[in-house]
Design a protein around this ligand. Structure first.
Ligand SMILES: Nc1ncnc2c1ncn2[C@@H]1O[C@H](COP(=O)(O)OP(=O)(O)OP(=O)(O)O)[C@@H](O)[C@H]1O
Ligand SMILES: [Mg+2]
Length: 307
């Protein structure tokens, strides 16, 4: 378990909040029996490890991007954000990186939707023409190519430090949640993906892939939880870069607008074996990553983040 972030001074946290858990990026506090505060730190993780460096203001950018999208998509799928209560109960400065949410039982899956061929899907496609556990794609696709249609490739949600999420067949989700719930989730998240991709397209951005987490409240209502369409949970490219890449680009040669910058450095330059000791990042890369997160925020929302 990660330590409570140093960027959030303990004195900022209201006295009645109880720290219950820290994920790789967020610190979770119980506000009352039905309510959590998710405080996003400036920590950055890659390959499921928390890196020793932080990216200044990253937690604020992530939180504010999620809030932006939760606002947009409330009608498509209700989400965990308690917007009104947050305004009353969370000090304004802390709210920049904090989301007050309804506590839910998170389904033990990560719902990944992919519109383009990149990341682990590309590796898997190269090996056997498949993505996820069981989705067969047409022969001859290239890295970075748009898929014939967006695909849902669910994974387990790894709990232990250093363990990884593994692809599972959709059947596993159906067996665990029941056919009705699984069908609703599938239809809703594909709708969310398509709608977000369409809106981002208008801003010159490509939504490459993304991860959703969902859960269920005590009444059985399905809620969108965690974060959505952030540069930690998604990949983005500028469409103009993608068009240029299509003409003469090589595999991986597309400037990422997300965490990929860091992954590429660790994997391709350092050739890190993804085991401790966890390497530091050069200061230029830290600055570039921060600039990229801010660039993405502005591109998505058309506004400046509140930092
Ligand atoms: N409404 C909610 N109710 C309960 N848990 C939630 C809710 N929204 C998000 N979470 C959980 O809060 C945690 C957020 O922390 P963070 O994003 O840092 O975790 P992570 O490192 O991605 O994942 P993990 O917790 O598996 O290490 C996640 O475990 C997520 O599943
Ligand atoms: Mg997370």
């Amino acid at each position: 378990m990660t330590k409570v972030t140093e960027v959030t001074k303990v004195s900022e946290i209201p006295k009645n909040w109880k720290h219950i858990y820290s994920g790789k990026v967020r610190d979770l506090y119980e506000v009352d029996a039905q309510t959590l505060a998710l405080v996003a730190s400036d920590r950055i993780s890659a390959f499921d490890w928390v890196l020793p460096d932080t990216i200044e203001d990253k937690g604020k950018v992530l939180t504010q991007i999620s809030k932006y999208w939760f606002d947009q998509f409330q009608a498509t799928l209700p989400n965990h954000w308690l917007r009104e209560r947050e305004a009353d109960e969370v000090p304004a400065d802390l709210a920049k990186r904090t989301m007050l949410v309804k506590k839910v039982e998170i389904f033990p899956f990560e719902f990944i939707v992919r519109g383009y061929l990149a990341g682990s899907a590309w590796k898997s496609y190269q090996k056997g023409g498949k993505i996820g556990k069981d989705i067969i794609l047409p022969y001859g696709l290239r890295w970075g190519q748009q898929l014939p249609e967006p695909q849902l490739t669910p994974t387990t949600k790894a709990r232990e430090k250093g363990t990884h999420d593994e692809d599972i067949p959709w059947k596993t989700v159906v067996e665990a949640l029941g056919v009705d719930k699984a069908q609703i989730i599938r239809a809703k998240i594909l709708k969310l993906f398509n709608e977000a991709a369409r809106r981002l397209e208008e801003r010159g951005l490509i939504l490459v892939d993304t991860k959703f987490e969902l859960g269920e409240d005590e009444t059985g209502q399905i809620l969108l939880a965690d974060e959505i369409f952030t540069p930690d949970s998604s990949r983005f490219w500028w469409r103009k870069d993608w068009e240029a890449f299509r003409k003469n680009g090589a595999v991986g040669e597309l400037p990422p607008l997300d965490k990929q910058l860091v992954r590429d450095y660790l994997e391709k330059i350092l050739k890190w074996d993804k085991k401790p000791p966890i390497p530091n990042l050069p200061s230029e890369l830290i600055n570039q990553t921060r600039a990229t997160y801010l660039e993405l925020f502005r591109a998505v929302t058309g506004k400046e983040p509140s930092i």
